[in-house]
Design a protein around this ligand. Structure first.
Ligand code: OGA
Ligand code: MN
Length: 378
């Protein structure tokens, strides 16, 4: 949608959010940037990476191509924003998809199901769900726990109600995801990044994520990193005001985004999930491929056929997004008393929002303590 359609003074972001979320008739997607097909032009600029930040072996250990081969872009008008078009080695996304679905939802990490289920009930989400992915009887079965999973938090667990992190709600951050994050951020010019908090959002084909700014972290000089797997999405990147019309871009499986500097605190949202185009789906690492022999990784392992059957079926209709945040600056600690809510917007309310994407309206369709699958449908 041309920015000119949006009259000055109105909430341009909300208008464009609604435009891309519309089902009937479907919107015109011709203005959506597709970095997987784009070359630098008047809007898209090549991003400056630091190929010396990690060796090819260090990159391969977390499933990444050599940094010199990454296709990384910036957007004119958005200093500090970096988009890396799927830099994963062929087949290596499968490990990260499996971690997101099987490993990270495990205790002591926190998920939406914990809000009204006992620890024993949410103890083994994967084990309690796989049967539903193996048998395709054609009958309508009750939703598995995996299908009801909406968010998982890691490290400093984000409190959706107070919109804060706190010292005393912390569990160890997964070392493999820290390793991936610190390597990607180093290549983007941010050495010494410490992955302290993570939010996994699980999207179905009809989910969306409302307009928000991520400002709960106490140090905004550290970048925010985002990884996407599975189905594609439209991501909207706006400005510091809701009146600023956002730029729309596709996020496909394997794509990464880094929001830093002046782009760290910009409004953003996901109005729509779209089927992954041909050639944009995660595939399994072949245990005999030269890639898996070459990397001999201390971080990654081959995904079993059995696990991959479940993962691939899940991501055929879903998208998983992982955002990784450094909460504290070097030497910084949490304030003595809990700080007031940090997110200016209504936050993500567990990541999802139904309605018009306007989180100022207070029209939250579900609270963080609800995991109703219906409540996230748009
Ligand atoms: C978030 C977020 C975007 C996405 O979790 O804060 O903005 O692409 N996610 O899902
Ligand atoms: Mn966000």
């Amino acid at each position: 949608m041309a920015a000119s359609v949006v009259e000055s003074g109105e909430d341009a972001f909300r208008k464009i959010f609604k435009f891309y979320r519309r089902r009937n008739p479907p919107p015109d997607f011709s203005d959506v940037i597709d970095f997987s097909r784009s070359l630098p032009n008047d809007k898209i600029v090549p991003a400056d990476l630091d190929p010396s930040a990690l060796t090819d072996v260090e990159a391969a250990q977390v499933g990444l191509q050599p940094v010199r081969d990454w296709r990384a872009f910036g957007l004119r008008g958005y200093p500090g924003f970096i988009f890396i078009s799927n830099p994963f080695l062929l087949g290596s996304q499968s490990f990260w998809v499996k971690q997101c679905l099987k490993t990270y939802p495990q205790k002591p990490n926190v998920c939406n199901l914990d809000m009204h289920m006992s620890p024993s009930e949410t103890q083994d989400i994967w084990g309690k769900s796989v049967h539903g992915f193996r048998n395709s009887s054609g009958k309508r079965e009750p939703k598995t726990l995996l299908e009801r999973l909406r968010w998982v938090t890691l490290g400093y667990h984000y409190n959706w109600d107070t919109k804060t992190y706190s010292e005393n709600h912390h569990t160890p951050f997964p070392t493999d995801l820290h390793s991936l994050s610190s390597k990607v951020t180093a290549a983007c010019g941010f050495p010494g990044f410490i992955a302290e908090a993570g939010i996994l959002n699980f999207y179905r084909s009809d989910s969306s994520l409302g307009i928000h700014v991520d400002e709960s972290e106490l140090d905004h000089s550290r970048p925010l990193l985002s990884f996407s797997f599975g189905q594609s999405a439209i991501f909207l990147l706006g400005g510091t005001h809701r009146q600023d019309p956002p730029t729309a871009m596709y996020m496909h499986s394997g794509d990464m985004m880094l929001m830093s500097g002046q782009s760290r605190l910009l409004y953003h949202a996901v109005p729509r999930i779209l089927p992954a185009p041909e050639g944009h789906t995660a595939s399994k690492m072949d245990p005999c491929s030269p890639i898996s022999l070459l990397q001999d990784s201390p971080v990654m392992e081959t995904v079993s056929e059995e696990d991959w059957r479940v993962c691939s079926r899940y991501i055929q209709s879903s998208r998983v997004n992982v955002t990784v945040r450094q909460v504290l600056g070097p030497g910084q600690s949490f304030p003595e008393t809990p700080s007031p809510p940090q997110r200016t917007e209504a936050g993500q309310t567990g990541g999802y929002h139904e309605g018009d994407g306007d989180q100022d309206s207070g029209k939250r369709k579900r609270s963080s303590s609800c995991d109703s699958a219906d409540a996230v449908e748009t």
